[in-house]
Design a protein around this ligand. Structure first.
Ligand code: HGY
Ligand code: MN
Ligand code: MN
Length: 410
């Protein structure tokens, strides 16, 4: 029975992939017109699945199926519908659509639910527009930081202005904060965004924890100068210094078993015949354990200071995002494992997620766990992101079985 449902899920991922701010690639950011269109489309699908729907005060699209009696605490299911630039069509969206399909199945089965089921399409897991991530799930968890209202996007629009443009009132944001007694847990299905499942020739896995991540805006400053008339021994070339730092970040990450990435770098003033006087670059640093991440960070700082001293440059770092590692609830992990076993995988793989997810934020509100699906070549954050209908069908069966396991335990 899963094949037609899996085909519909993939078709809907394609529909959502058409809602992009860019004509030739997928980019859908927080509080954009594309986000509005995606919320409307997901709301329609939620309604078709028998859920009552609403958009919360943070722009998350929500749907609810009551349990055996109205007003019961809810098991949350979901993922995010925002994307990175030039994204794949399954990162986030697949989890939202699997959640809707699971609720639709359970509703149709006549099961007596001892808790309500809610699906949440989180509005901003990636942080693409404003630089800090998990804004939708942090609102739901009630861990909001008032300083975020002043965050600006590349056009200088503040988060507060973007809320108002989207039809939301910043003053009413607390309406999105969920009370812990109103939820019993959170389950998320997501592509692995790595190669462990493919290497092991398995479809699904249990997630044990989510990496702790910190993001920084780094600046290396020297002196701009004439590319012809300035001798090398008189240069303070910010780009060569920054380039040494980028290579040092890779080396130190490998040495410490952490994951450091420079995803963005810009040289100023940017003339081809001008020695760069300033370079702005990003650092995304993550590890299974926060202590390892922070140890590597200190080594990176030391390397930066050494490079800049030697090259008569200066260095500055501003932290733009921090989310410490979180562990998935053992009981919910067990339910996910039971779900995977119900698909015929007798000994499910279990490993930590190198990628961040909304569960990092939701863990402040309630216990959570995740189901991973194989993705071809581990490719993600790229248009070649790919899943098979058979894996989606297996995930749907496992997801439903996991919820049924929780029903039986509750
Ligand atoms: O960055 C991450 O790991 C996630 O895809 N936002
Ligand atoms: Mn992502
Ligand atoms: Mn994601």
């Amino acid at each position: 029975m899963s094949a037609p449902e899996a085909a519909l899920i993939l078709e809907r991922c394609n529909d959502l992939a058409g809602l992009s701010s860019q004509p030739d690639r997928l980019e859908r950011v927080h509080l954009s017109p594309e986000h509005r269109a995606a919320n409307d489309l997901v709301a329609r699908w939620m309604t078709e699945a028998g859920l009552s729907t609403w958009q919360d005060a943070a722009g998350n699209q929500c749907g609810r199926l009551e349990g055996s009696t109205p007003g019961l605490p809810a098991l949350l299911l979901g993922s995010h519908i925002d994307t990175v630039p030039d994204a794949g069509r399954y990162d986030g969206m697949l989890g939202v659509l699997l959640a809707i399909a699971v609720v639709d199945r359970l509703r149709g089965s006549g099961i007596v639910l001892p808790f309500a089921l809610e699906v949440v399409a989180f509005s901003d897991e990636e942080g693409t527009r404003f630089g800090t991530a998990l804004l939708g799930s942090r609102a739901l968890a009630g861990t909001w930081n008032e300083e975020w209202w002043q965050l600006t996007d590349k056009d200088g629009i503040t988060l507060a202005e973007a809320f108002q443009d989207f039809g939301l009132d910043p003053a009413r944001l607390p309406g999105a904060f969920r009370r812990s007694e109103s939820v019993i847990g959170y389950l998320e299905a997501h592509i692995e965004q790595g190669m462990q499942l493919e290497d092991a020739d398995r479809r699904l896995a249990v997630v044990t924890s989510i990496a702790g991540a910190r993001r920084f805006a780094l600046t290396v400053t020297g002196t701009a100068g004439h590319a012809g008339g300035t001798p090398f021994d008189r240069r303070r070339d910010a780009l060569v210094g920054a380039s040494e730092l980028v290579v040092a970040i890779e080396r130190l990450s490998k040495e410490t078993g952490t994951i450091g990435t420079v995803g963005r770098l810009q040289a100023f003033p940017g003339g081809v015949n001008v020695i760069p006087g300033r370079v702005e670059l990003s650092l995304d640093l993550r590890a299974e354990f926060d202590a390892d991440r922070d140890d590597c960070l200190e080594r990176i700082r030391t390397a930066a200071e050494e490079i800049c001293t030697r090259r008569r440059l200066s260095f500055a770092a501003t932290e733009t995002y921090r989310a410490d590692a979180v562990t998935c609830d053992p009981g919910l992990q067990a339910a996910i494992g039971a779900g995977i076993r119900s698909t015929g995988d007798a000994d499910p793989l279990a490993f930590w997620s190198r990628a961040g997810h909304d569960g990092v934020a939701v863990s402040a509100l309630t216990r959570f766990a995740m189901l991973f699906l194989r993705c071809r070549g581990g490719v993600s954050h790229h248009p070649d992101e790919h899943v098979t209908a058979a894996d989606v069908a297996a995930a749907l069966d496992a997801y439903e079985a996991a919820v049924r396991q929780l029903v039986s335990e509750y």
